[in-house]
Ligand binder design. Structure first.
Ligand code: ZN
Ligand code: ZN
Length: 408
């Protein structure tokens, strides 16, 4: 990838993604393998006026070595210093940027019990930090770049070099970062969401009935005072930002007690280095009643077993089939991309800003109002080219507003 293109992409993350303001602290999460890009993002953040840019380096290879070889006794422990570290930067109002290049198989073969214990320990320890991110108290943004292992997973039949090139091209196209001026393209992209979001908020449906040719037939009650969000977000300080590059979704908050019916996944789900394939779930009064998977059913069971909220829904998101990612027809094995190719649901915690006044509510109040709480928030895709959505009003009137994979 040429340097000018890389720089435009890094600037997109800093300026459109996190919308870094003068004098702000920026924290960049990045793998040591991607240091060349992490440092470029760091430079761009300083150029945007950041007072300090802190690098939070990660390394999947050493994480894998730990899961495979460390003493079994350590996996319930999460270091307090790291909790304090997050709090330190949360309190400074830091903008969190993340560069992801995850190998979908990097934890394959790891004892699932270790993964479950670690993800529970880290989920509990970082709950306050996650809540700050999910309520947009601090702005944050995630983008992806290819790694050789990820590229070969997506394009297995070509050389590693060619796979890297192909994945770069797919990522930049999917993230609308392949034009001459990505930041302007993103402003235009944002405008496309406005009408749809306004329409759905005006209709204020009581529930949605969603069906697909794969066998999904589910009715989702929406919380009262739900808010549809799409095309970016606004931080608590009023500064707009894009949490995800790419973003193609319009999403809102389902009622944690009013999901009924069957959902059949349309894509595999990559969860902690395991690929869950061919899965479906049945919901009764909001709770997962039964589930099955053709592959890695245990990983699905572990995810649902995290806590009570992990068996309930926290998000319903609509994505049109004509999005650039949907059109490419590439399976990325990466939620950031795959969730923007297809309508999806999330198991676990709801985004507070999907309810009027939600950002200022305590978790207890939010749950009382029908919003879900959990240590997890995991998107899984079920949308298809023939998906249909009927909005049902409080008086029972039905409006088909989405059919054959597109908004009507
Ligand atoms: Zn989503
Ligand atoms: Zn989500």
């Amino acid at each position: 990838m040429d340097n000018a293109r890389l720089k435009k992409y890094a600037e997109l993350l800093v300026r459109s993604g996190g919308n870094v303001q003068k004098g702000q602290v920026v924290v960049i999460g990045c793998s040591v393998d991607d240091a060349y890009f992490g440092r470029l993002v760091q430079e761009c953040a300083y150029d945007a006026g950041a007072s300090e840019v802190v690098m939070d380096w990660g390394d999947e290879a050493s994480a894998r070595a730990k899961f495979l070889r460390a003493d079994d006794g350590i996996f319930d422990d999460f270091p307090q210093w790291k909790v304090d570290w997050y709090k330190h930067y949360d309190d400074k109002g830091a903008v969190y940027l993340r560069v992801s290049s995850t190998d979908p198989d990097y934890l394959a073969g790891v004892d699932p019990n270790r993964l479950r214990r670690f993800s529970k320990a880290s989920g509990i320890a970082t709950k306050a930090h996650s809540a700050i991110m999910m309520s947009n108290t601090n702005r944050w943004s995630v983008c992806a770049i290819p790694s050789p292992a990820w590229a070969k997973k997506v394009f297995p039949n070509v050389s590693e070099e060619e796979a890297m090139e192909k994945l770069w091209a797919a990522i930049l196209k999917g993230a609308r970062a392949d034009g001459d001026n990505p930041q302007t393209d993103w402003e235009k992209h944002k405008d496309n969401f406005t009408d749809r979001v306004e329409y759905l908020n005006k209709m204020n449906f009581d529930s949605l009935r969603i069906t697909t040719g794969l066998g999904t037939d589910i009715t989702l009650g929406l919380v009262k005072n739900h808010v549809w969000v799409g095309g970016g977000d606004t931080g608590k300080d009023g500064v707009p930002f894009f949490p995800n590059l790419p973003t193609e979704e319009i999403f809102t908050m389902p009622d944690r007690t009013r999901a009924n019916g069957r959902v059949v996944a349309s894509m595999p789900l990559s969860r902690m280095g395991n690929l869950i394939e061919g899965f479906e779930m049945t919901f009764k009064d909001g709770l997962v009643d039964s589930f099955k998977a053709e592959k890695n059913e245990q990983a699905l069971a572990d995810m649902l077993g995290m806590d009570e909220g992990a068996k309930r829904l926290g998000e319903v998101a609509l994505v049109t089939n004509s999005s650039p990612i949907g059109q490419m027809g590439v399976l990325f094995y990466n939620t950031l991309f795959d969730e923007n190719a297809s309508a999806h649901l999330a198991l676990g915690k709801a985004y507070p800003n999907n309810m009027k006044g939600g950002d200022d509510m305590t978790t207890e109040k939010l749950v009382e109002a029908g919003g879900n709480d959990s240590l997890i928030h995991v998107d899984f895709m079920f949308g298809t080219a023939d998906m249909k959505v009927i909005g049902i009003g409080a008086d029972g009137t039905e409006t088909v507003f989405f059919d054959n994979g597109e908004f009507i």
